[in-house]
Design a protein around this ligand. Structure first.
Ligand SMILES: O=P(O)(O)OC[C@@]1(O)O[C@H](CO)[C@@H](O)[C@@H]1O
Length: 413
């Protein structure tokens, strides 16, 4: 019998027996291999340059670089806080290139934090190595422009306001500092406006059901219920996510929003509680509508209508099919769970070689409640495309799966 690990309390996978093979890091020339060979070493270098770490941490960064480029996967040191969570993982002693991509990336981030003393009692406890990049981005003038654009929102009819805020949250997912590391000097390509899949009508239908009296509620208004919003990146992605959360609360589509955050820094720019508070400050320090949104969200936090949650499983190296019972209950009791971003997509459908026309509903059949994915495409994994869309995309640019230029909204009611 295989032992549970990573706080799942479950057997290692609930994926359908017919699920395709997981994406493994090592295939030469693959997207995953590029992350291992280029993105991770570049990230170590940027982290080293951004903060004046003392010699001990610098040596630990050198050792990590050596391990990921030349060595095999080593356990966390026995005295590393939380090392027990990772003790039973099955890949130690193997080459980094030979294990599942999702696992290798997650463990890389965990080892990076261990090297920097992030969890060890002492002066570096809790210091976010990615904060210099996150802070610079949040302070940037692009954010000013996005926030002042909110002042034009009331000029739009209500359904266009809905769509504008949903798309702004969706495209906010391009603000991913790990991805930008790979995009390099060339920067991000232009957005392709038409979504590769667009189930947004189903999303609004689910949210309207609570307000107008949905199935099982004949005759009229019921409580709209809870929306779980599983956040991805901080700053320019989290801001429109928060604006969307405020919109759902203000328009009665949700009576509470549970914002799922990472319990520690992860995948470079993933949002933590600190990042959320920084966004709230950025909103309230702005003028016009942005400031009003910030003030409402602060009130909502105080009143328990906006709830912050940072479950340890949010940084686990596994798909949501292995989520622990308490997280499953949270999602099961939500009117809708909105999963933001590429990594959450990989974890939702499974980081596997799915044929792109596999129905999204099939890949997410295990999920305990209605679920929506809002994501720009930044890795090879995709499901739910029609054969026509797939043929069109394959006939266009080669990099449509990974360039962040395409986006989707998929819903399983
Ligand atoms: O989840 P996010 O922020 O949208 O994207 C995370 C990401 O940059 O990291 C992974 C590779 O490291 C890819 O899945 C994806 O491109």
């Amino acid at each position: 019998m295989t032992r549970p690990s990573q706080d799942t309390g479950r057997a290692p996978t609930d994926a359908a027996p017919s699920a395709p093979a997981p994406v493994v890091t090592g295939t030469p020339g693959s997207f995953a291999r590029g992350v291992l060979d280029k993105r991770h070493p570049a990230l170590i270098e940027r982290v080293r340059r951004a903060t004046p770490y003392p010699p001990e941490q610098r040596r630990a960064l050198d050792a990590l670089l050596d391990e990921i480029t030349k060595g095999s996967i080593e356990r966390l040191a026995d005295d590393e806080p939380g090392a027990d969570l990772w003790r039973d993982e099955p890949y130690y002693g193997q080459r980094w290139a030979d294990v599942p991509f999702l696992w290798a990336e997650s463990f890389f981030y965990r080892k990076l934090l261990a090297a920097l003393g992030h969890f060890a009692p002492g002066p570096w406890l809790g210091i976010d190595p990615f904060a210099p990049f996150k802070n610079a981005e949040l302070a940037g003038s692009k954010v000013d422009d996005e926030l002042s654009a909110l002042d034009r929102l009331p000029d739009l009819p209500p359904d266009e306001q809905d769509r504008t805020l949903l798309l702004s949250s969706l495209w906010g997912n391009r603000a991913d500092l790990g991805f930008q590391l790979s995009a390099g000097e060339a920067g991000l390509g232009d957005r392709v406006q038409g979504l590769v899949a667009d189930d947004s009508a189903a999303l609004w239908d689910i949210l309207a059901a609570g307000v107008t009296g949905g199935p099982g509620e004949p005759g009229g208004p019921s409580s709209p219920g809870k929306v779980c919003l599983v956040a991805d990146n901080a700053g320019p992605e989290l801001l429109p996510d928060l604006v969307l959360a405020d919109h759902l609360l203000a328009t009665g589509r949700a009576d509470s929003v549970v914002l799922h955050l990472k319990p520690y820094p992860y995948y470079v720019s993933d949002a933590t509680t600190t990042d959320t508070l920084a966004c709230l400050d950025r909103l309230t320090a702005a003028s016009g509508r942005a400031a009003a949104v910030g003030a409402r969200l602060r009130d909502a936090l105080g009143a328990g209508r906006l709830v912050l949650r940072s479950h340890p499983f949010s940084c686990a190296p596994h798909g949501y099919d292995r989520m622990p019972a308490d997280l499953r209950e949270d999602f099961a009791s939500a009117a809708l769970t909105v999963m933001k971003g590429d990594l959450n997509y990989r974890r939702l459908v499974g980081d596997r070689h799915w044929p792109a026309t596999t129905p999204f509903a099939e890949a997410t059949a295990y999920f305990p409640g209605p679920v929506a994915a809002l994501r720009t495409l930044k890795c090879d994994v995709v499901t739910g495309l029609t054969p026509g869309t797939l043929a069109e995309l394959d006939a266009g640019t080669e990099s449509w799966r990974t360039s962040g230029t395409h986006a989707l909204i998929q819903v399983r009611p």
